[in-house]
Design a protein around this ligand. Structure first.
Ligand SMILES: [Zn+2]
Ligand SMILES: [Zn+2]
Length: 139
């Protein structure tokens, strides 16, 4: 419904810097993620000893989130990966914990916001500085 609004997903800007590493399950090129991101996004009990060398699977349809020495699926991580989810709540900003539904509420239901600028002001979406540790893409 509001999909033609220029919603910038926090961290999605750098999603194009895909590398040659491909997901072993779906064969889609992955985006390299930093050890710090893996450390914070993967559930504590699942954490690998070596945090280096992981990539985020960029396929919408693949259940793999990170691949490297090990594979981490959706159930192995603490957050929902926005581009792998079709059902609410779909995160839009991980730093400020804003979902797509929140944006619809602000604009269509509550009417307190008119555009994405208002949303940014009102919710703090995309103004956070914690992407490295809260956004599964790490940026
Ligand atoms: Zn995959
Ligand atoms: Zn609002």
């Amino acid at each position: 419904m509001f999909m033609n609004m220029p919603v910038t997903i926090c961290g999605a800007g750098s999603i194009e810097d895909a590398t040659v590493a491909r997901c072993p399950v779906c064969n889609t090129p992955g985006k390299k993620v930093r050890p710090k991101t893996v450390e914070n996004i993967v559930k504590e009990a699942m954490l690998p000893i070596v945090l280096e060398g992981y990539h985020l699977c960029l396929s919408k349809n693949c259940d793999v989130v990170y691949f490297g020495h090990q594979i981490f699926g959706k159930n192995d991580v603490r957050v929902r990966v926005w581009f792998k989810e079709a059902e609410h709540p779909i995160p839009v900003c991980y730093c400020k914990n804003v979902t797509e539904k929140d944006i619809v509420n602000h604009i269509a239901i509550w009417g307190c916001c008119k555009d994405i600028k208002d949303i940014q002001k009102h919710t703090g979406a995309n103004t956070g500085k914690e992407c490295l540790t809260k956004n599964p893409a790490g940026t």
